[in-house]
Ligand binder design. Structure first.
Ligand SMILES: [Zn+2]
Length: 114
């Protein structure tokens, strides 16, 4: 990875982090406690509960991703950034562009999630 590529990744990481932070704000708003039955009606409330649990799932995932992005931003200047933590092969730049938070190559990632 050359310094231009590293710079591109840095910008991508920062843009992704801003994006994930704003979706976390939105999701936190959407997962606030739901008003009681008599305030909004039973069916509406059941809908609201379903939507809320979907949003809670999204929120959990978003927070995991935020942690990964924050870590990647701290590490992007390290000489070993862009190399797989498992096999130490370099991670293809295309993969880093899509998922700059990835610290494993595709092969090791596939093994890790088994
Ligand atoms: Zn690997």
């Amino acid at each position: 990875m050359n310094s231009d590529e590293r710079e591109q990744l840095k910008q991508k990481l920062q843009a992704d982090l801003l994006e994930i932070r704003s979706s976390i704000d939105t999701l936190e708003e959407a997962t606030k406690p739901i008003a009681p039955d008599d305030a909004i009606g039973r069916l509406t409330r059941m809908d609201a509960i379903n939507t809320k649990s979907i949003n809670e799932e999204h929120l959990r995932n978003a927070k995991v991703k935020r942690g990964q992005l924050e870590r990647a931003i701290k590490q992007v200047d390290d000489p070993d950034f862009g190399f797989c933590l498992e096999c130490e092969e370099s991670i293809p730049f295309k993969r880093l562009q899509l998922m700059p938070e990835s610290r494993l190559c595709v092969k090791c990632k596939a093994q890790a999630s088994r």
